[in-house]
Design a protein around this ligand. Structure first.
Ligand SMILES: N[C@@H](CCC(=O)N[C@@H](CS)C(=O)NCC(=O)O)C(=O)O
Length: 234
C-alpha cells in the first residue's frame, strides 16, 4: 500500500488504488512502452494522464519523481524488499517489470543480455533519431530554412530501419521466436514514424518489408492495442 503523503506526485495525481502500481504517462512512443508492458504481463496498475502540452512534467510534484521532467515514470508500492520503488526512463522500467513478472526477458544469460542490447539500441538510437526526424519534418523544425538537419536525421533513421530489417531476416521478433521487451521498446517508435510523424514516404518505409511485417504482427497483439490507448485523458 502506497503512503500517498510520502510522494508529492500523489498530491497532484491521487491514487484510487494505492495498493497497485502507479503509472504517470501519456500515449507517446516512450509512454506506450510501459502501458503495453503492463498490459502484457497483467499486473494491476493505475494510469495517470500527464499532459506534456501543458508542461505538467515540469511541475514540482512531477519533478520530485523524475528530475528529468519526462514521462513515463512509475511508483511500485511493492518494490524490492516490499518497499515502494520510484522509477523513470522507459528502458529501466521495462527491465524492472520483466524481472518482477518473470516475463518477456529470457532467464538464459546470453539471450538476456542480447535482449537488453536491443532495448539499449532503441533507447540510444531509434528513440532519439526518430524523435529528431519528427521535430524537423513535422513540428517546429519544419520551418527551418536549412534542410541539412532534416536530411541528417532522415538518413540516420533510414539506416536504423535497415539495421532492423537485417535483424528480422529469418526472425518473427527481434529475439527470434520469442516476443520480448526489445519488441515492445521499438514497436511504438516505428508506428509513430510512419503514422504521427508522416514520414513513411520520407524514409521510403515500404522498402523495409520485414520491419513492416513485424510491425503488423506486433500491432495485432491485443495487449499492444490496449497499451497504445493508455492513459486516457480524464
Ligand atoms: N529516455 C526517456 C525519454 C522520455 C521522453 O522523451 N518523454 C517525452 C515524451 S515521449 C516527454 O515527457 N516530453 C515532455 C517534455 O520534454 O516536456 C525515456 O525513454 O523514458
Amino acid at each position: 500500500m502506497l503512503d500517498q503523503t510520502q510522494f508529492p506526485i500523489a498530491s497532484r495525481w491521487p491514487a484510487q488504488h494505492p495498493e497497485w502500481l502507479q503509472l504517470y504517462s501519456l500515449a507517446t512512443p516512450n509512454g506506450v512502452k510501459v502501458s503495453i508492458m503492463l498490459e502484457e504481463i497483467g499486473l494491476p496498475y493505475e494510469a495517470h494522464f500527464i499532459d506534456i502540452s501543458n508542461n505538467e512534467t515540469w511541475t514540482p510534484e512531477f519533478l520530485a519523481l523524475n528530475p528529468n521532467g519526462k514521462i513515463p515514470a512509475i511508483i511500485d508500492p511493492n518494490g524490492p524488499d516490499g518497499k515502494p520503488l520510484e522509477l523513470f526512463e522507459s528502458g529501466a522500467i521495462l527491465l524492472y517489470l520483466a524481472e518482477k513478472s518473470g516475463q518477456l526477458l529470457s532467464t538464459d544469460a546470453a539471450t538476456r543480455y542480447e535482449t537488453i542490447q536491443w532495448v539499449f539500441f532503441q533507447m540510444a538510437s531509434i528513440g532519439p533519431m526518430f524523435g529528431q526526424l519528427g521535430f524537423f519534418h513535422k513540428f517546429a523544425g519544419r520551418e527551418y530554412e536549412d534542410k541539412r538537419p532534416l536530411e541528417r536525421y532522415r538518413k540516420e533513421s533510414q539506416r536504423l530501419l535497415g539495421v532492423l530489417e537485417s535483424r528480422l531476416e529469418g526472425r518473427d521478433w527481434i529475439m527470434g521466436k520469442e516476443y520480448s521487451i526489445a519488441d515492445i521498446s521499438i514497436l511504438g517508435w516505428v508506428r509513430n514514424l510512419i503514422g504521427f510523424y508522416d514520414a513513411r514516404d520520407l524514409v521510403e518505409f515500404d522498402q523495409f518489408k520485414r520491419v513492416g511485417e513485424w510491425l503488423e504482427r506486433g500491432l495485432a497483439r491485443p495487449a499492444v492495442q490496449r497499451g497504445l490507448a493508455i492513459p486516457v485523458k480524464n
